[in-house]
Design a protein around this ligand. Sequence first.
Ligand code: CP
Ligand code: NVA
Length: 303
Amino acid sequence: MSVRHFLDLAATDGQTLRAILNDAAARKAKIKNGERSKPLEGKVLAMIFEKASTRTRVSFDVAMRQLGGETLMLTGAEMQLGRSETIADTAKVLSRYVDAIMIRTTRHDRLLEMAEHATVPVINGLTDDTHPCQIMADILTFEEHRGPVKDKLFAWTGDGNNVLHSLVEASARFSFRLNIAVPAGSEPDERFIAWAKENGGRVEMFRSAKDAVTGSDCIVTDTWVSMGQEHKARGHNVFQPYQVNDELMALASPDALFMHCLPAHRGEEVTDSVIDGPHSVVFDEAENRMHAQRAVLAYCLGA
Ligand code: CP
Ligand code: NVA
């Protein structure tokens, strides 16, 4: 059997993604019920971080331990990677030691190179292009609160970044509608939109955040400046009309959810009143990173 990587939502078929989410929900229910099993006993996950992280780092670590496995936390700068050992050689070496590799890296092609040369599963813990584990947790969260995501309307407002790219892929994989409002110059990469449309996605672009969110079932946003994109930072006045505040939230469906992958920049892309308000499920999303990733690990490692 070929190695089961988890690189992107576009790289895994919809049926498999749905099975992973079903498994995540089932494992979550068992854990909440106090049932523990250790299918990954004796397995080791190496985690490489070339960028900062709180949630990804802790949720993968705890998820792996809950399954009976162990983790190694590696920082790119402290590895020979930081002294320009190639990703390919690193992948071959790590494959001799560990059972799976999770990597958060700067450039997406580094993730792909790791997957090409590793003989163990490689999991995308965020790249400049995508963040699939985040969106798996977000779909799990939406469905826990509001039932099947199919045909629901999601609205993204803010910067067209890596989290949005995975949401775009998810819209095709899970058949929900997605409205996107971004300022000129912050558009998501057209490759992702084109792929979603070719795969049955219903994605619509807007310039006005108000138009995009009207009647939506879920408003999603993220930082206006992603890690490693600081050189592209633009004046906050460009993004101000895209801020999720009470006025914008009021245009969504009355029972709409508010989502944010965190970390949030309160007072910038979202106000305290929204992120701490009744629509917000941001801490459920954070918790569900761990539950979704237990299922991703189980899928990759065949548990
Ligand atoms: N949402 C998310 O990936 O958070 P971290 O950067 O803290 O891992
Ligand atoms: N778009 C953000 C997500 C952080 C989890 C970033 O890449 O910095």
